[in-house]
Design a protein around this ligand. Structure first.
Ligand code: SAH
Length: 396
């Protein structure tokens, strides 16, 4: 049987030579050997030089994702195990189990395994398969990750829309170890949070904000805090531990707010707190009309622009909430504002926030630029991996 392979159009090997892991369908001249969805293919330049091996994804505009750029490296279980072990080892070195028991173990392309995300919550691993290639290897990947990590309980949360782009249906459920408990009580920098890995957002918790939540403790001392898009209280609890004077937390999800309240009790935190169910866009307007002020505002909205196509609408959303937040800040107040939209670059985000400050009539300076935690690494060859952008601003 002939080798299964892709041959690139002339001049289209440039991104491959830069080791970008994605190959778009428009770059492919020929598909040889009828590879199945997710199957490993050799990739050749138009001059028939072998450039590496990739997972074929016939339904997606990202028609292949590279496993390796070494023409001689074999993609087999031993290859997968090396990647899994290296990612696990890196996390072991980064995290102190006595303080933090939940973090990302595998961050897809940036850990060399495109389409696989794995998060650890105590003795559970929660997996998300988002590409045809990862799906193709799912059984070995599950088994080998259990081996590499020594964690046997595995739950799947492949309930993400991107799977449809790869022709994959959504999938959730226990993969090993039976049904997980309704809540796992994880530790993050010494703070306890209850996490619902079956129904919570993402794989249960916004792990990417861990360092920024820790930083909140430093910023919040004696402040009147407004935490917008609070989910289960991540930034609220950090502000409480940091000595905030009072905290208002806003979210549209009643379940998330209930858990937030419980999380406060779980940690014995007594900071005066209000949990408000509502649409942040409306709540901020109401507070503005009431002429209320705050010393520290957090804006951590959901992804307004998953891809570049929705950027304009997203920009309006970001501008709106940032403008309102600037108006609600007392003199000398701090704004920590985030965007997790892949389609909005750090530079564009800074410009949107600058426009909001201008329209709000405030002078603001950037004190710090923030990003995702070190368990969400960004391969230098894969800038798309850097999606979380944050600014700490102070108004004068
Ligand atoms: N800062 C949080 C994560 C925020 S995720 C943490 O550290 O854990 C975004 C949150 O925004 C989700 O909880 C979602 O329920 C909420 N949300 C989405 N749209 C909203 C809206 N228009 N108004 C209020 N909350 C909203």
């Amino acid at each position: 049987m002939p080798e299964k392979a892709l041959v690139l159009k002339a001049g289209r090997e440039k991104s491959v030579l830069l080791r970008h892991p994605w190959l778009f369908s428009g770059a492919i001249a020929q598909v040889i050997g009828e590879p199945a969805s997710g199957e490993t293919v050799s990739v050749y330049s138009s001059r028939m030089e072998k450039l590496g091996s990739a997972a074929f994804s016939p339904q997606s505009s990202i028609a292949a994702r590279f496993w390796t750029f070494d023409p001689d490296e074999k993609v087999d279980e031993s290859f997968l195990y090396r990647k899994l072990q290296s990612a696990w080892q890196a996390r072991r070195e980064l995290h102190d189990d006595t303080q933090t028991t939940a973090y990302r173990v595998l961050h897809s392309e940036s850990d060399g395994l495109p389409g696989l995300v794995a998060d650890r919550y105590n003795e559970w691993l929660v997996l998300q398969f988002t590409s045809a290639g990862a799906e193709y290897w799912r059984e070995p990947l599950i088994r080998l990750l259990q081996q590499a990590s020594g964690i046997s309980h595995v739950y799947e949360r492949s309930d993400v829309e991107v799977r449809s782009l790869e022709g994959l249906p959504e999938r959730t459920g226990s993969l090993a170890g039976g049904e997980p408990p309704q809540y796992l009580t994880i530790l993050e920098n010494g703070i306890r949070y209850q996490v619902d890995i079956q129904h919570g957002h993402k794989t249960g918790f916004y792990l990417d904000q861990r360092n920024n939540r820790a930083h909140m403790r430093v910023l919040a001392k004696d402040k009147r805090v407004l935490n917008c898009f609070c989910y289960t209280g991540g930034f609220s609890l950090s502000a409480a531990v940091g000595g905030a004077r009072e905290i208002i937390s806003v979210d549209s999800s009643l379940d998330a707010l209930e858990l937030g309240k419980e999380n406060m009790h779980l940690n014995g935190l007594k900071t005066p707190s209000e949990w408000v169910e509502g649409d942040v866009f409306q709540v901020l307007r109401k507070y503005r009309d009431q002429a209320r002020t705050f010393d520290l505002i957090v804006l951590d909205p959901p992804k307004f622009a998953p891809t570049a196509a929705q950027v304009e609408r997203a920009a309006r959303g970001y501008k709106d909430i940032n403008l309102l937040a600037f108006k609600l800040l007392a003199p000398g107040g701090l704004l920590t504002t985030y965007s997790c939209s892949g389609g909005v670059s750090a530079d564009l985000f800074r410009k949107i926030v600058a426009g909001a400050a201008l329209d709000a009539g405030v002078n603001a300076v950037v004190l710090e630029r923030l990003s995702q935690g070190e368990d969400h690494p960004v391969a230098l060859t894969f800038p798309e991996g850097e999606y979380l952008k944050g600014l700490v601003l102070r108004i004068n």
